[in-house]
Design a protein around this ligand. Structure first.
Ligand code: NDP
Length: 402
């Protein structure tokens, strides 16, 4: 039984809080902290209404300020912090964890606020310090990154002697009824989608122009969807930990309508992250855009349809070529009825809560900084199915991924 602090009261924070409240034998006390206290209170009210007797409190914190985090962690003395604020806060939260003896888990790797660039280099650099302090930091424990890394580890453990080709395929087949909205934090989402594509092939990384490569991919229960090769953070750690991979790519579906909106946003300068002067004030265009776009959390009520995310892998088993597809489909409406959040937040928040459970129950052990594919995937995947994200396997069928 452990006390935890969850930082970030957005869509993902809502799901993590609900899921931790369901696992009361693991999480004895929940403290939900975020920049806007009313958002924490809102979630806490919904959790208390559903799970009577739950020990939950809320607190305001600015996670960009290390001193605020340190005094919060010192006052509450949690076993673990689950960071579901924004990637910009990863390093300050890790620093504060180190200085106060607290374990750490997040769902998205660090990116600097004023440069649209991400990677694990900054967080992997904490390895020796976490080790020395006897603490554990788990990076990227959402769905992608997160479950996709664990799916790959499961494939390597049970179905392959060598992984050769990995394609992570991510489809949101849902409809929220809005002309344009992003499914998670608009600023992070638009930065991710507008960047150059990137994939790994035969020992080196290859860049593509944004959305240069696309193909139709069939998704279970959803059908064919145009999918674009994009850069995605888990490729970096997967290539490191599965060195037999000859190629690793990430595909995401976007509708023509969505891409047209994005192109316009870019062409008119609204995706800029450099400050500009507006009527005597310095503003960042992308942050201004975020403030006029729908809050991803507000999409949940009307959202219909499913997400489908999985790994399509080919390689060698017992000297023979083999193909393997492992995936989950998540229904937006079901996610909403359980937690008040849509499927994208749900598929991120459930794995974060379960990763925390693995750490607390000692099923994942160690000191230092870890990506999730290094752990035993079995207990996590067993729990994933029991906690709302059922996964399926298809062996030796056409992967459509030449
Ligand atoms: P939201 O924007 O809905 O929520 C983020 C929350 O963090 C907000 O409540 C925000 O507060 C809070 N926050 C932001 N800055 C600070 C700060 N300085 N101090 C304290 N709190 C702060 O985002 P999501 O819930 O959609 O996403 C959360 C995280 O999950 C992101 O890092 C995202 O990249 C990651 N993610 C990971 C996925 C995966 O599969 N691995 C998929 C989807 C998302 P306020 O409301 O006051 O601004």
């Amino acid at each position: 039984m452990s006390k935890i602090i969850i930082i970030g009261a957005g869509g993902v924070g809502r799901v993590v809080t609900h899921k931790c409240a369901q696992l009361r034998t693991v999480f004895s006390e929940i403290i939900l902290a975020s920049r806007t206290l009313t958002k924490c209170d809102d979630i806490a009210i919904s959790v208390r209404a559903k799970y009577s007797g739950i020990k939950i409190s809320t607190v305001q914190v600015d996670a960009d300020e290390e001193y605020q985090l340190i005094s919060l962690f010192e006052a509450k003395r949690p076993f673990l912090v689950i960071n579901v604020a924004l990637p910009y806060q990863d390093l300050t939260i890790m620093e504060a964890c180190l200085k106060t003896g607290v374990n750490y888990l997040d769902t998205a790797n660090y990116e600097p606020l004023n440069e649209a660039k991400y990677g694990y280099e900054w967080q992997w650099a904490f390895e020796d310090r976490f080790k020395k302090a006897g603490l554990m930091a788990i990076l990227g424990c959402g769905f992608d990154p997160g479950v996709t890394n664990i799916f790959t580890a499961y494939a390597a453990k049970h179905h392959f002697d060598e992984l050769h080709y990995l394609d992570i395929v991510d489809c949101n087949g849902g409809d929220h009824g809005k002309a344009f909205a992003t499914n998670f934090n608009p600023e992070i989402n638009i930065r991710e989608v507008m960047q150059k594509g990137k994939f790994y092939e035969k020992g080196s990384w290859k860049d593509t122009a944004p959305h240069e490569i696309s193909r139709m991919i069939n998704y279970p229960h959803i059908g064919p969807r145009k999918s674009y090769l994009i850069n995605h953070e888990e490729l970096e750690s997967l290539v490191k930990y599965f060195p037999t991979l000859l190629r690793a790519r990430f595909w995401m579906t976007f509708s023509d309508e969505y891409l047209t909106h994005l192109r316009v946003i870019q062409n008119i300068g609204m995706s800029g992250i450099e400050p500009i002067n507006f009527q005597g004030n310095q503003i960042i265009p992308l942050q201004f855009l975020k403030s006029v776009l729908p809050d991803p959390g507000s999409l949940a009520e009307e959202y219909e349809g499913e997400t489908s995310i999985g790994c399509r892998i080919s390689g060698i088993k017992d000297g023979c070529h083999r193909t393997y597809y492992i995936y989950n489909n998540c229904d937006h409406r079901t996610a909403y009825l359980e937690t008040g959040a849509q499927g994208v937040s749900y598929t991120t928040g459930v794995p974060a809560a379960l990763g925390a459970k693995m750490m607390i129950t000692g099923k994942w052990k160690g000191t230092g900084v870890f990506n999730v594919e290094v752990f035993n995937p079995d207990p996590f995947l067993e729990d994933l199915s029991k906690n709302g994200l059922i996964w399926y396997e298809i062996m030796d069928q056409n992967l459509e991924m030449d």
